[in-house]
Design a binder for this molecule. Structure first.
Ligand code: ZN
Length: 139
């Protein structure tokens, strides 16, 4: 496996409206996209920092995994996952599996921004939920 860069860092928040202005100030740039990912029951907002993005995740309902994550973190949320950009996500998943890493997603699914994404299990990744993602819409 050889990711090209850190694609984004996911941070769970209770309210995008409250979190966005802070990250815009911190990173000195405007949030450039807000998107609902119904599959994951979240609304996401993106703010860039170089070629890496901060992905803010707000649950859209109590059954969202982000809602339970926030609940476990004193109702406040926090850093949720790290995402590595890869080329050839299926090969990376096969390689991870062969290396004995537990996969949450055996096959890539579609995430925000039209990326193909797959998660590795935190039990195999030193407690850090880890996402692999591939941009197949590259111009
Ligand atoms: Zn992500």
């Amino acid at each position: 496996m050889q990711p090209t860069h850190i694609e984004h860092i996911g941070i769970a928040v209770t309210s995008l409206d409250e979190a966005i202005p802070f990250f815009e100030t911190l990173l000195g740039t405007k949030c450039y996209a807000i998107e609902e990912v119904t599959d994951q029951k979240v609304r996401t907002a993106f703010v860039r920092c170089g070629q890496t993005k901060i992905e803010l995740l707000e649950p859209t309902c109590p059954e969202s995994t982000i809602a339970s994550f926030i609940e476990k973190n004193n109702g406040r949320g926090g850093m949720h996952h790290i995402a590595f950009a890869v080329e050839g996500i299926e090969d990376h998943l096969a390689e991870a599996k062969a290396a004995g890493i537990r996969l949450i997603d055996e096959k890539p699914r579609s995430g925000a921004e039209g990326l193909s994404i797959a998660f590795l299990h935190p039990k195999s990744t030193f407690g850090v939920l880890t996402e692999l993602c591939e941009n197949r819409n590259k111009q």
